[in-house]
Design a protein. Structure first.
Length: 145
């Protein structure tokens, strides 16, 4: 079974309750069950942490496993964490960066991603569909290599 990992950073455990006008009304378990329904053939592993080090530990541990791709929403660490960026850069598994909101249409500090230059690409502004688009990308990409 093809394994993909979905990694969510700080404050993303409260999706559905957290500023729904920005991040939507769906909670994470609803988003994830839709992904499982749409892609029953994939092993979708998920991890969320509010802690930078825990996210880095998770990425480091992936290097030893069989994950084929990482879909990561680093939350605010996107804009401030050199350590997370280094972890992504060091990972040999491709990483797609996802943001629910359009980070370019909000406060200026959000318009800069430290992760984007070391990711395969970035999906921003499509709400929960961003995760689906990222999974679709990996399915397509992994069939072609
Ligand atoms: C976010 C955007 C970030 O700027 C913010 O800090 C988040 C969520 C998004 O999904 O839109 O926590 O990554």
């Amino acid at each position: 079974m093809l394994r993909l990992d979905i990694v969510n950073g700080p404050n993303l455990g409260r999706l559905g309750q957290r500023q729904p006008e920005i991040y939507g009304r769906q909670n994470w378990s609803e988003i994830l069950s839709e992904l499982h329904e749409e892609y029953p053939e994939l092993q979708l592993q998920q991890f969320q942490s509010n802690h930078e080090g825990a996210l880095i530990d998770y990425l480091e541990a992936l290097a030893e496993g069989n994950s084929r791709g990482v879909i990561m929403n680093p939350g605010a660490l996107t804009h401030q964490s050199y350590a997370l960026r280094d972890a992504v850069a060091a990972l040999e598994i491709p990483v797609v960066e996802v943001h629910l909101s359009n980070i370019y249409a909000r406060e200026p500090f959000r318009a800069h991603s430290l992760i984007a230059p070391v990711a395969v690409g970035q999906i921003s502004g499509f709400g929960p569909s961003g995760y689906r688009l990222a999974v679709a990308y990996f399915v397509d990409y992994l069939q072609r290599i």
